[in-house]
Design a binder for this molecule. Sequence first.
Ligand code: NAP
Length: 343
Amino acid sequence: MSNQSGIFSNAVNLSVTGAAQTSPADAADASQDDAVHDVVIVGSGPAGYTAAIYTARANFAPVVLAGSVTAGGELMNTTEVENYPGFVDGIMGPELMENMQQQAERFGADIRYEDVVSVELDGEIKTVTVEDGTVLRARAVIISTGSEYRKLGLPDEERLSGHGVSWCATCDGFFFKDREVAVVGGGDSAIEEATFLTKFADKVTLIHRRDQFRASDIMKQRAFDDPKIEILWNTRVAAIQGEDKVTALSLEDTVTGEASELPVAGVFVAIGSDPRVSLVKDQLELTVDNTIAVDGRSSTTSLPGVFAAGDVVDPTYRQAITAAGSGCVAAVDVEHYLAALDS
Ligand code: NAP
């Protein structure tokens, strides 16, 4: 069972970009990247891939560091995306992301399925180091690292992750065929996860800490109408029980304090996500929401030549389409920045 946020299985691509200036040494050693790239994009959700489409089409031969298991971002864990413009009947999240990836590659983006371990963003030439030690140099960097699933913060959550605790119904729902499971949260994600799980599970208990959902009306109605979903209002998970795998949840009524127990084989945590800023938090200015601070509607960060886009700058909207729009903004900002450097 997977507890990873990514399910993408593209082969690792270590090739050095052809369009950027490469030295003869590159040919001798594939892990050595001596080129100074115009732009390196860190992250591959709708923001990263849109930035890649635009910068590739503008002939900047972007290198996209897409992540080894998280390529495609959160939409890889989604089922049907019904509100992305242009798809009358909706589109599956993974298909949408593969389309964006192929569209970027069509214009020459060099997409590498590798994780970034560190960045040096100061100075005219920035460096980005990936897991195998390869250091990429770039005149501009776009940070589009998205967000990561929020945890409940319970002592047994990590221990039982992959053994009944999950953050991804599309990855792990299948393992709970004919079982009873719980979903924690009251937003669109929680209801989406719960609805998806009803395909497999006998019963899904949706546990929310308040007495009304944060989710949109259409999603709320889906939860109310589904006979397999039972809603527990004003309830928090106090503990996850189980030795080798989840067997039950200890619950607490948030109004009365009354304790109870819910036997379940699995618990899906869908309580939102936090911007993924660990790579850059010591180098870039952050906002009070812990997103990367950008100047107005632009993608300009506190360091010249460093741009940020997508959920990592957005504490409010966090939709696939807003992330894609934000990736476009970053690409246009990079274009202007590089043009100014060259003028
Ligand atoms: P969200 O809207 O921030 O909702 C998070 C939910 O988890 C809230 O109900 C919150 O409770 C609860 N929560 C937060 N921390 C908790 C904790 N420590 N313990 C228990 N509960 C906790 O996050 P989201 O549902 O992931 O949605 C994020 C964005 O993506 C939203 O803009 C949403 O519209 C969008 N989205 C859209 C779709 C769709 O359109 N199909 C699907 C998924 C996501 P409170 O309500 O009490 O704060």
